[in-house]
Design a protein around this ligand. Structure first.
Ligand SMILES: Cc1cc2nc3c(=O)[nH]c(=O)nc-3n(C[C@H](O)[C@H](O)[C@H](O)COP(=O)(O)OP(=O)(O)OC[C@H]3O[C@@H](n4cnc5c(N)ncnc54)[C@H](O)[C@@H]3O)c2cc1C
Length: 435
């Protein structure tokens, strides 16, 4: 194993938007030696869902740096300028940029930052008290399989979440039964299918269904959209959006844990529903497709909980066994392709298992997180682990929202530097959440 003796100030694990934002902001702090590792070969933001026509659910102002430093060279506007697209963007007159453009923008930033290392999977992190206290980080070069060891005073974890699939979906051939996270790489398979079912009713389900509906006339498959609940709109009114603010995070953070769970459970529509514009697109397509026939080869099945799916004896299609949630009656649907739009879940990465005794955990097996995004530790050490991922249980509904990532990085940088680099305004929204 190749050992690097240099002591970094901070090493980041995972380069999604959250750590990429931190890496971009740290470029202006020359006294900080930072390094970020990402297991994939290049930056690629949810590549399976970069469907043409999909747009960001936050305004472009929630780019990687603007909320901390609008003068940074890594703003989205500077990306547009550098690509000589200013006038086109100006005439576009939109805040919600295409998701593919956000990805291209992030790639542009990642390619410019020397501290971002791709194709490097973090496999193990341990705490060392030899000499100056520090962390030892073992990484594997994904291409060559070679291992390297790094040292750092602090860690920042930005490892995101993982797609979830119900148990009965998991052992079936991935070519036919897959998660929306893999949609684009399976689009050709969908085009060859006689029938396709999409299960779930969040934004990813709706975007996948819309894309399939657009192509239905050309490829001729039957399309079923199955959901346990209904097709609810995401709560997108401006005063509701204020829940994705530092003010609400601060308010939520100090609630007792039990109350946090209850409040969070009641906020599904802030992030789990479908954007109004996507529902409108789908409705318009259904209407267009039914002109002249008043029939579409589509079923939208609400109140239908999928209990399990099984491969049929014909070896071609799958039996989707459902329960009507109000009538409590069971029924079965057939489909050649089944797409699980069943969401993502936070996870505790394997590579921190050697840190288990250094960290404090709650009864649910989740790490405890301090208000300023440091993991709570069992012993005194100046070595911090800052965290972006898996913090909804402590910091609430905005934890995965891109609009709060830069604020979080301002807090992290101020703590890391031991002084105020960024001002953190106390009041950012019109509402008062606290007494
Ligand atoms: C399809 C989709 C669309 C979304 N759209 C929006 C939106 O419009 N607005 C919004 O506010 N939010 C959106 N979100 C939610 C959220 O902003 C994103 O999930 C965002 O990508 C989270 O950023 P992240 O940096 O935490 O994680 P990720 O983007 O998931 O990145 C984590 C990275 O860590 C890497 N990694 C994990 N383990 C290791 C390891 N051991 N070693 C090295 N690397 C590792 C992974 O490969 C991955 O690249 C969306 C989510 C999805 C799924």
């Amino acid at each position: 194993m190749k050992e690097h003796k240099f002591m970094y100030d901070i090493i980041g694990v995972g380069i999604g938007p959250f750590n990429l934002s931190l890496a971009a902001l740290l470029e202006d702090q020359p006294e900080i030696n930072a390094l970020f590792f990402e297991q994939t070969e290049t930056f690629n933001w949810h590549p399976g869902m970069l469907i043409e026509g999909t747009v960001m659910q936050v305004p472009f102002i929630a780019d990687l740096v603007t909320m901390a430093d609008p003068k940074s060279k890594y703003t989205f506007l500077n990306y547009v300028n550098e690509h000589e697209r200013m006038y086109q963007f100006y005439f576009l007159q939109r805040l919600d940029i295409p998701r593919r453009e956000y990805n291209d923008y992030c790639q542009w930033v990642a390619n410019d930052i020397n501290s971002c290392k791709f194709g490097s999977k973090v496999e193990d992190i341990r705490h060392s008290e030899e000499g100056e206290d520090h962390y030892i980080i073992d990484i594997m070069n994904v291409e060559s399989g070679e291992q390297e060891r790094y040292r750092s005073k602090h860690i920042v974890m930005g490892t995101g979440s993982v797609p979830t699939m119900p148990q009965s979906f998991q052992d079936l051939p991935n070519e036919d039964v897959f998660h929306t996270a893999e949609f684009l790489s399976h689009q050709e398979r969908c085009r060859r299918a006689k029938s396709i079912s999409v299960i779930g009713s969040g934004q990813s389900a709706a975007e996948t269904f819309r894309e399939l509906l657009k192509e239905q006339c050309e490829f001729g498959y039957r399309l079923d959209w199955i959901t346990r609940s209904g097709f609810a709109s995401m709560e997108e009114s401006k005063l509701s959006l204020e829940h994705f603010s530092p003010d609400y995070v601060d308010y939520f953070y100090q609630l007792p844990q039990k109350q946090k769970e209850e409040v969070f459970a009641s906020q599904d529509l802030f992030y789990k529903g479908i954007s109004n514009h996507t529902i409108t697109d789908i409705y318009n397509l259904l209407y267009e497709n039914s002109i002249g026939t008043n029939e579409v080869n589509v079923s939208l099945r609400v109140l239908s909980e999928v209990e399990n799916i099984r491969r049929k004896e014909d070896g071609i299609s799958y039996e989707i066994n459902c329960l009507h949630t109000e009538k409590k009656e069971r029924f079965t649907l057939d489909s050649e392709v089944v797409i699980a739009a069943t969401g993502y879940k936070p996870y505790v990465p394997e590579f921190i298992h050697n840190l288990t005794s250094l960290l404090r955990w709650d009864e649910e097996g989740r790490y405890k997180v301090l208000g300023d995004y440091r993991l709570d530790k069992t012993k005194e050490t100046s070595n911090e682990i800052y965290v972006h991922s898996g913090i909804s249980h402590t910091h609430g509904v905005g934890s995965t929202n891109l609009g709060l990532a830069v604020h979080r990085n301002k807090v992290i940088i101020n703590h890391l530097m031991g002084r105020e680099i960024y001002k953190i305004p106390e009041k950012n929204v019109f509402q008062t959440f606290d007494v």
